[in-house]
Design a protein around this ligand. Structure first.
Ligand code: NAY
Length: 294
């Protein structure tokens, strides 16, 4: 599990005006973030608009990231879908590309029991021999997972960890206590990165690391050296930008900042996500120009 510790960007999927995927911008973003020191990438998750891309587009995005990363980053392919069969199809493709791990959101929309959820993961792991990272995001899925569930998953040799996108850090700490040191826990809410690390997270997957990776890379490095005292001020600085961002929509905001930074060619995000109005874009631009982290 040492191999996976670190800070991963949950990549946005750059698009041209109108929504066609801009693969060139995606390659540029990957290389830019590699230079900023991220450990790797989480591809096709919530931030990547994974649930509003076709499966063909999800495959194409992953292929581009694999090519751009050029073996220099750890790659986690989000292959989750509400259909087990679709998840397996995407997982097979990801495996063929040689990624390091797969991750799947808990099945949402249909109400399933924890036993059915477990069977969903077992079916994917049985079909595809990649390490699995459970993706827990109760704010979006409405699905809560029990500590017993995590403990059972952790006992499966192929299930290596969880991406924990929740502000409930007591639960994070309890997962650590129950599942042992080897079960990876990635903090998923950037605004509590430092608190998550202190609660036992091994690293993080975050969307704001598209537009401001350096403070998070720095927090990871400081914590690894035991310099916990460096974290609160870095987190507080990052949170100024996050607090501004969440007044808008996360994905269009991050895309706009990457666009303002000159990394991607358009801030376009797919419907039903919001398109920023000119006034909103102007407001973000003013904040961006006055914020040294962005
Ligand atoms: C994903 O799959 O892309 C993620 O979960 C990345 C983590 C982000 N979560 C979501 C739901 O967007 O970075 C966070 C989040 O945007 C940030 O903490 C602001 O709340």
């Amino acid at each position: 599990s040492e191999h996976y510790r670190g800070v991963y960007t949950a990549l946005v999927t750059p698009m041209h005006e109108g929504g066609a995927i801009d693969h060139e911008s995606l390659e540029r973003l990957v290389r830019h973030l590699q230079a900023q020191g991220v450990k790797g990438f989480y591809v096709g998750g919530s931030t990547g608009e994974g649930f509003i891309l076709s499966t063909e587009e999800r495959r194409a995005v992953l292929e581009t990231v694999v090519r751009a990363a050029d073996g220099k980053s750890t790659l986690i392919a989000h292959i989750g879908a509400i259909s087990t069969e679709t998840s397996i199809e995407l997982a097979r493709h990801a495996h063929g590309l040689g990624v390091d791990a797969m991750s799947a959101v808990v099945p949402f929309y249909y109400k399933t029991t924890l036993d059915q959820i477990k069977r969903h993961y077992l079916a994917i792991m049985y079909a595809v021999p990649l390490p699995m990272i459970v993706y827990h995001y109760p704010g979006a899925t409405g699905v809560s997972l029990s500590l017993d569930f995590y403990e059972e998953m952790a006992r499966h040799p192929q299930c290596i960890g969880v991406k924990f996108t929740s502000l409930n850090l007591f639960e994070l700490q309890q997962i650590r206590a129950r599942c042992g040191r080897d079960f990876l826990i990635f903090n998923g809410h950037d605004e509590v990165y430092a608190a998550g690390a202190l609660s036992g997270a091994d690293g993080a997957v975050g969307s704001t690391y598209n537009m401001m990776a350096p403070p998070f890379v720095a927090m990871f490095r400081e914590a690894e050296r035991g310099h916990w005292g460096a974290l609160p001020s870095l987190q507080a600085e990052a949170n100024e930008a996050i607090a501004h961002m969440i007044r808008f929509d996360v994905i269009p905001y991050e895309k706009y900042v990457c666009y303002a930074q000159g990394i991607i060619r358009s801030p376009y995000a797919r419907q039903p996500l919001k398109q920023l109005t000119e006034a909103e874009a102007a407001e973000i631009r003013v904040f961006y120009e006055g914020n040294s982290l962005l």
